[in-house]
Design a protein around this ligand. Structure first.
Ligand code: ADP
Length: 676
């Protein structure tokens, strides 16, 4: 994740956004295509329904016309049966004409087609009045010839007869032979007006936007009933009307106002609504997906950031679950212990980096930790780990509970610091400090060498004089035993004294034990007093010790603290001597205080002199190592004192001792339980 170059990632992002867009366009195209197909199919369906309707209508019309014509033929046959009685024929024919608007004329003709009787429709002026009936004779002949041939009614081809009003009528002759006992008696000829035929039998059932017509086989219109075209689309259906002697086409045209409506039926509307809903849902989904992608991107960035952070850390990180199995290690940790992540992940106890000799102790510690019985210290704890190559190294481990997103603890996260380098530096500084202190002590002793010789002079002189006296006594004949014993006792006493002086110096120089121990203030003061007195006697300084009873003990490194006391006392006496103070006086005081944080008890030491005080220009650098105002001084005393006191947790300060001199004060922590 981290190694992917930036340009490549942005390229990927562009590609995926381009893909996203193209997908959306594709989706839009599909939905639009679906809708268009649907509308088209619905329109086609509607057209087919309309077409079927027209077909049905024309079939109905045809059967209506057929049955009407058959009925007509029957009525004509009834007319014929009253055969020779012309008087009765005429009114009967006129009645029939009144009832049948589709006939324009009825004729009764003899066997040679000669006209016997005739009747015209009362609804029109006589049709043949203008051009005469003779023009229609061929059609009559055709019909009657057909009728005779088939011994039944027959029709002739239609013919056009112009009318006085400028229009004309398409007429069709029907001939019915009158045969009785195989003898032809005559014919009844009925003349149909095709237009009226349509109007009478079809007209009443026809829709407003329909038109019905008779046409010839080639499409020539013979008669029309209905309105002229209205609307843009026309549906046409045709049926053949085959009559004996004549065949015509019955044609029906039905107009629709426009294309089918956009929502011609519920299905289309439903599908459209659903499509819109689908697109809306898809858009919402897309929006959501985009948001999720963005969140994922942010998360990936955050993860990459975190990973980079972990990888750059020099602190080792290790996570363990509640069963003690390692679930995570960072590169720094792996480097520290020399194992690869694969060797560490999933490992329980003992972990491969535990030194075998400490595994038991660590296991117990881990059990306590996992049982949650004690919280790990915030400042961490020190431990020892083992590198893969077997070397042990000290580490500082800081542990914190691992809490998941639900707020449940899933394990422990530890930060591990390799502190071997820190330890090495500490060791080095401690060693050099020790060396410095030893040097300082030797220097102190060097400075005191003259004092020592002065101090040792007295017992040695006393020993010498006692020895001389004893020798003299021994030269007598009867040496007095009592006196000799006394002299010897004095010699031993003085030798003891000299030995003590030397031992005190020896002790001071050689004592090196570092351990902190509870020491009473009295012991501390008593330890340095012989050496202080040594110098005080030489410089004629009056030394005063002020100590209350029942002071608590001090938890300290006694050698160090003794040296602090000695250094301060020595500095004070030297300062007074250098300034030729008339009555030099040194006051060493120890008090108990409760000052400081948490009401903790402290022991406050002070060393006061009546010397010249610390010059203003010197104050700032008093504690700087190697700062001195003395010719033979080393300038290490005070700096060491401060280091020692601060190592114990206390502080070393100085202030003027009014009206004259300086007071050095330092504090050391009291041991609460042990009281002197
Ligand atoms: P050194 O004693 O070797 O000079 P120190 O660090 O002990 O080194 O002292 C540093 C300087 O502080 C001394 O040289 C002296 O000038 C000054 N000083 C220390 N104690 C006193 C004191 N009680 N009164 C005045 N000056 C002091």
């Amino acid at each position: 994740m981290t190694a992917v170059p930036r340009s490549f990632r942005s390229g990927l992002r562009r590609l995926s956004s381009w893909r996203g867009w193209s997908l959306w366009v594709l989706l839009g195209v599909i939905v639009v295509a679906l809708l268009v197909t649907l509308v088209y199919l619905a329109a086609r369906y509607e057209a087919s329904v309309a077409q079927a309707n027209v077909e049905r209508d024309v079939a109905d019309a045809l059967s209506d016309i057929r049955s009407a014509m058959t009925r007509n033929v029957q009525e004509l046959q009834a007319l014929q049966s009253g055969r020779a009685d012309l008087d009765r024929w005429q009114p009967e024919a006129e009645r029939l004409l009144r009832e049948h608007r589709d006939w324009v004329r009825l004729e009764r003709r003899g066997p040679g087609l000669e006209l016997v009787a005739e009747a015209d429709t009362p609804y029109r002026p006589p049709v043949f009045a203008r051009l005469g009936r003779a023009n229609s004779l061929p059609e009559i002949q055709q019909a009657c010839a057909g009728a005779r041939r088939i011994s039944g009614h027959a029709y002739a081809r239609s013919h056009f007869v112009p009318q006085p009003d400028g229009l004309g009528l398409e007429l069709m002759e029907l001939c019915l032979p009158h045969v009785e006992a195989g003898r032809l008696l005559g014919f009844v000829v009925a003349t149909y007006s095709l237009t009226d035929l349509l109007a009478t039998h079809i007209g009443p059932q026809m829709g407003r936007s329909q038109e019905i017509s008779f046409t010839e086989a080639d499409g020539t219109r013979l008669a029309i009933h209905g309105l002229a075209r209205r609307g843009r689309r026309v549906f046409t259906a045709q049926q053949l009307l085959d009559l004996p002697g004549n065949t015509m086409v019955l044609r029906m045209d039905s107009w629709r106002r426009s294309e089918p409506d956009l929502f011609p039926n519920v299905l289309t509307a439903l599908v459209t609504v659903m499509s819109i809903a689908l697109v809306t849902v898809l858009f919402t989904l897309g929006h959501d997906t985009r948001r999720r992608l963005r969140a994922e991107q942010d998360l990936a960035d955050a993860l990459a950031f975190r990973k980079a952070m972990e990888d750059s850390l020099v602190t080792g990180l290790r996570a363990r679950d509640l069963q003690g199995h390692t679930t995570y290690v960072n590169p720094a940790f792996c480097q520290m212990v020399g194992f690869s992540p694969e060797e560490l992940l999933g490992q329980g106890s003992p972990a491969p980096y535990w030194p075998p000799e400490r595994a038991d102790e660590y296991r117990q510690r881990q059990q306590v930790r996992l049982a949650g019985r004690n919280a790990p210290p915030r400042e961490g704890f020190e431990s020892v780990f083992m590198h893969k190559d077997g070397t042990r190294f000290p580490v500082l481990i800081i542990e914190a509970p691992l809490i998941n997103a639900q707020g449940l603890q899933t394990g422990w996260m530890s930060a591990v610091l390799d502190i071997s380098e820190q330890r090495r530096v500490e060791e080095l500084s401690r060693a050099s400090q020790e060396r410095l202190q030893a040097t300082a002590r030797l220097a102190t002793v060097g400075e005191m060498a003259s004092l020592l010789s002065h101090e040792l002079n007295q017992p040695l002189a006393a020993i010498a004089s006692y020895a001389h006296g004893s020798m003299n006594l021994l030269q007598q004949n009867a040496p007095p035993a009592v006196e000799l014993r006394l002299a010897m006792a004095r010699i031993a006493e003085q030798a003891d004294r000299a030995g003590r002086v030397i031992k005190s110096v020896h002790d001071f120089v050689r004592r090196r034990d570092q351990a902190r121990e509870p020491v009473s203030a009295r012991e501390l003061v008593d330890a340095v007093l012989p050496l202080v007195n040594l110098q005080a006697r030489k410089l004629r300084v009056r030394v005063e010790i002020r100590m209350a009873d029942g002071l608590p003990s001090v938890l300290c490194d006694r050698t160090m603290v003794e040296q602090v006391l000695l250094n301060l006392a020595r500095n004070a006496m030297q300062a007074m001597d250098d300034a030729h103070v008339a009555e030099p006086e040194l006051v060493l005081e120890v008090r108990a205080t409760t000052a400081g944080e948490g009401g903790r008890r402290w022991l406050a030491f002070s060393v006061a002199d009546v010397g010249p005080g610390v010059a203003e220009e010197v104050k700032g650098q008093l504690f700087t190592p190697f700062f001195t105002t003395k010719v033979e001084g080393m300038g290490l005393g005070l700096s060491l004192c401060r280091t020692v006191v601060e190592q114990h947790g206390g502080s070393l300060v100085f202030e003027p001792n009014l009206p004259q001199g300086t007071i050095f004060r330092f504090t050391l922590p009291a041991q609460p339980d042990l009281k002197a």
